[in-house]
Design a protein around this ligand. Structure first.
Ligand code: HPA
Length: 274
């Protein structure tokens, strides 16, 4: 089966399971899955039931699609995402993003937990992603290109949609929620970075570093989806932080910021500019 056929098969399966046809999707990162509890009239599809969806095993990540409404707006949430460090290929881990596109999604909100490289940031801060640096040397579009999914050489000059960025700034301001802005660097993980790596990433222009998001954003832009990126800073990166890192620390800080994060996302989704 070709990749395109795999995408179609998963999309056909989902269309049979729900009548909802949301135009906006959100991918919920580590410790940020609580937002799914705010989705009304939820219709849940576990990833493991969807043909072609990769298996998912990371602690702190549920593994299901949640269709429903926030206010009047239909949305679909990926509660739990796939990571390159799980051993999936970039293509495999991006399949759900192509499925969302096939289902009619036009706008994608990507969220994550990440470490701060910018020393002005603090754990618990929320950050609007203005751009990214792909430090992995990998790309989900490597291999034969299927023009039905997108062009061979997609432009990435506005990977994070400027108008959606303005909308996020205005919404955060109206809620009096502080919103940092910066460049997200993607590091494959699963080991955390060394202090020398963080110094290098800082010199390259990174404000934050994490192990997700960039593959999905590339797949989204390939299809022409508009992207809004939001990060929760869960720790200062290696060499800046006074203590050693742990995934539990990441989850705990994300959970402590979840209320603000959820309030912001809830307001964004409710008033989403079509
Ligand atoms: N590095 C990489 N990924 C992360 C971090 C970090 O410090 N914190 C949360 N995700």
């Amino acid at each position: 089966m070709t990749y395109y056929e795999q995408v179609q098969q998963a999309a056909d399966f989902i269309r049979e399971r729900t009548d909802l046809r949301p135009r906006t999707a959100i991918i919920l990162g580590s410790g940020l899955g609580e937002l799914a509890e705010r989705i009304q009239d939820a219709e849940i599809i576990p990833y493991k039931e969807i043909p072609g969806f990769p298996p998912s095993h990371v602690a702190g990540h549920a593994a299901r699609l949640v269709f429903g409404r926030v206010g009047q707006r239909e949305i679909v949430a990926m509660q739990g995402r796939f990571h390159y460090y799980e051993g999936l290929s970039m293509r495999e881990l991006c399949l759900p993003v192509y499925v969302l596109g096939r289902l009619g999604v036009r706008d994608l909100v990507v969220t994550n937990a990440c470490g701060a490289v910018n020393t002005n940031f603090s754990p618990g801060d929320l950050m609007l992603i203005t751009d990214h640096i792909n430090l992995s040397g990998r790309n989900p579009l490597i291999g034969p290109n299927d023009e039905r999914l997108g062009p061979r050489f997609p432009d990435m000059s506005e990977a994070y949609d400027p108008a959606l960025g303005c909308f996020a700034r205005e919404t955060a301001e109206s809620l009096e929620i502080g919103l940092r802005e910066g460049v997200y660097a993607f590091y494959s993980g699963p080991s955390f970075e060394t202090a020398a790596e963080i110094r290098a990433f800082k010199a390259l222009g990174a404000d934050a570093v994490g192990m997700s998001t960039v593959p999905e954003v590339i797949a989204a832009r390939h299809q022409g989806l508009r992207v809004l990126g939001l990060s929760c800073i869960t720790n200062m990166a290696t060499g800046i932080a006074a203590t050693k890192h742990s995934h539990l620390e990441v989850l705990a800080t994300a959970a402590a910021s979840a209320e603000r994060f959820c309030a912001l996302c809830d307001a964004l989704l409710r008033d989403w500019p079509e």
